[in-house]
Write a protein that binds this ligand. Sequence first.
Ligand code: UDP
Length: 328
Amino acid sequence: MKRILITGAAGFLGSHLCDRFMAEGYHVIAMDNLITGDLKNIEHLFREEHFEFYHHDVTKFVHVPGPLHYILHFASPASPIDYLKIPIQTLKVGALGTHNLLGLAKEKQARILIASTSEVYGDPLVHPQPETYFGNVNTISPRGVYDEAKRFQESITMAYHRFHGLDTRIVRIFNTYGPRMRLNDGRVIPAFMGQALRGEDLTVFGDGSQTRSFCYVDDQVEGIYRLLLSDYTLPINIGNPHEITIRDFAEEIIKLTGTDQKIVYKPLPEDDPMQRQPDIAKAREILGWEPRVERAEGMRKTFEYFRQLSPEELMKREHRDFTARNRR
Ligand code: UDP
C-alpha cells in the first residue's frame, strides 16, 4: 500500500486531496497545525483504518515513522486576509516548512509535490500567464510575503531536484473554489456567498473591472493527481481559463442566490492583480487535463455547502483571533 503525507490536510485543498487519495486506496498521513485549517474538514476520515492525523507545525522538524512514497506540501495560509494577519508564518511555512519536507522526502526517497501559486506571476504583464513568464512581483507589499515565500519554495525545490536528484513536482494553482472554503477567509467567493446568505450587500473592491478565473476544486484535485503521477518536473499551471470581471461575477452570484442585494464598492487592496488567467496548454499536452466543471454548476454546489452552515457559523464574520503563540 502506498503511503502519502499531506501537509495542510485540514485546509480546503488539503482535505479534498485526503479524500481523493483515500478513495484511490492510499494510506494517508495528514498533517496540519490548525492555524487556518479546520478539523471539521477531515473528521469524517478519522474512523478510517488507513488515515492518521498529526497535529504538527511543519516549520519545526518533521518526523514521520515508517516508509513514505509521496509527499504533498499544501500547508500555507492562502488568502490575502491571512497574509496580513500572519505574515511571518506565511514566509516560514513556504521557506522553512518546504525545506523540512524536502529533507524528509530525501530521507524517505519519496516523491514530493509542492503547492505553488499563480501569485508567483504577481500582477502579471503577460496575459494569459504561461509557465515561462517570470512574473511581476512587489517583494515588499503585504502580498509579498506569500508571493516571495512561494517563489523561494519553487527555487529550493528545483535546487533539491537538480543537486540531490530528488523526485519533485510543482503545481501553480490558480484561484480554486468549492465546499470547505472558509466562510470568513476574505476571499471573494465565500465573501459574496456569506453576504448573500446574511442579506448584506456584496462588496466589490475597486471598480470591479479586475478579472479572475475560478477553478472548481474537483478539477483542481484531478490536475494535481495527474501531475503527481506524471514524470514532469517543471512547474505546471492548473486552473480554469474562463475569465470574468469581479463586477460581472457579483451579478452572477446575486442571480444564483436569488437575493436582491446591491453591489457596494470598496477600495481596492494594495497589489490586487488586475488580471489573472492561466495558460493551460502545458497541462493539456502533458497531463491530458482540462477543467470540466462549468462555473454555474460549481457555484451551485459551493452555495449548497455554505447554505447548510449553522446560523452561528454564518455570523462568524471576523477572522479568528490569533494567539501570541501563533504569531511567531
Ligand atoms: N474581492 C472583492 N470583494 C470581496 C473580496 C474580494 O471584490 O469581498 C476581489 C479582490 O479584490 C480580488 C478578487 O475579488 O480582485 C479576488 O480576490 P480573492 O481574495 O478571492 O483572491 P486573489 O486576489 O488572491 O485572486
